[in-house]
Design a protein around this ligand. Structure first.
Ligand code: ADP
Ligand code: MG
Length: 301
């Protein structure tokens, strides 16, 4: 394609909210004919999860539990943290932008793909998945494990909250799939493109979401390095691979992919790592990008 054709195409893309970072990025999109790997949270789902239920295992008031776990999450940028903080706010009173009451938080740590730990009001708080609990030597009882499984088969993420080394509550968080997700996956299938889902979330929730949108190839509980490894594994078949993601944890995979596509609302690091940015956060623009590339680069053949 001529430089002019590339300029016209990137201009067209930009006008539609598809930011293509140069000629190479544009060209790489038409090479994707077989595999697209999607992150789940914030990519296939809205990324604006909400707390839909809580199960307490200890005799602790709901508000006290949420004051502690939300305080531990205050410094986290994770969407799940935001959902927990929003819910804690609603328990403290309505219409307030910040938590009304914020206990002293020390020693905050965010562990990618696991959750957060902090010392809140002198208590050790862990908020996250079973992996986080295991790493912190916190026992997950059979009762808790069963409740967690029940939460997950309903396509909800179960976040465990531990206080002082004991699991006190299970927070069920729902992250609705994007309205266009299923249609895009099925359209890609009609183009001969297989969609895969690679997520740091647990297997139960991942499978339930995948089923809902028609993806049969799922890898869950994946560390960021696993996401990138999966891209390389697919590339080893000789095919170009696209990755669509929004998180810091997606950036190694976005870089490894032949075409990295970031959700515009995603983290700065993902947006920087990507070749193409989907500013409207709409998955239909994955197809828009491929179409633009194909139209620009098939003319010269
Ligand atoms: P994804 O790959 O689906 O975007 P992440 O890798 O960001 O997911 O997170 C994977 C899992 O780690 C989450 O489903 C959750 O169980 C846990 N987790 C990560 N960050 C947090 C947090 N701030 N609070 C609670 N749980 C978290
Ligand atoms: Mg994500």
């Amino acid at each position: 394609a001529t430089p002019t054709a590339v300029m016209v195409a990137t201009g067209k893309g930009a006008a539609q909210g598809v930011l293509i970072k140069g000629g190479n990025a544009l060209e790489s999109a038409q090479k994707v004919v077989k595999y697209i790997v999607f992150d789940k949270t914030g990519t296939l789902t809205s990324g604006e999860p909400v707390v839909v239920g809580t199960k307490l295992f200890q005799n602790v008031a709901l508000k006290v539990f949420f004051d502690l776990v939300a305080s531990a999450e205050v410094n986290s940028e994770h969407p799940l943290a935001k959902a927990i903080i929003e819910y804690a706010k609603s328990l403290q009173g309505t219409g307030c932008k910040d938590l009304l009451w914020l206990p002293e938080v020390k020693d905050f740590k965010s562990i990618a793909g696991q959750g957060v730990t902090a010392e809140v009001s002198g208590k050790r708080i862990c908020v996250g998945n079973t992996r986080l609990m295991a790493e912190n030597g916190i026992m997950v009882s059979i009762d808790v494990a069963e409740q967690l499984k029940e939460t997950e088969v309903m396509a909800r993420t179960g976040v465990l909250g531990a206080i002082g080394g004991e699991i006190v509550g299970l927070i069920a968080i729902a992250d609705p799939v994007k309205p266009e997700a299923a249609a895009v996956i099925s359209y890609l299938k009609s183009m001969g493109i297989h969609s895969l889902m690679v997520t740091g979330d647990n297997w139960g929730t991942a499978r339930a979401i995948a089923r809902e949108i028609g993806i049969d190839n799922v890898i869950a509980e994946a560390q960021p390095s696993v996401k990138a490894e999966k891209i390389k594994e697919l590339q080893a078949t000789g095919m170009a691979v696209a990755m669509v993601g929004d998180g810091i944890n997606d950036s190694p995979a976005l870089v490894a992919a032949d075409v990295g596509m970031a959700i515009g609302a995603g983290t700065d690091i993902a947006v920087e790592a990507a070749d193409i940015v989907l500013m409207k956060n709409n998955l239909e623009d994955v197809v828009t990008a491929i179409d633009l590339s194909r139209k620009t680069f098939t003319r010269i053949r």
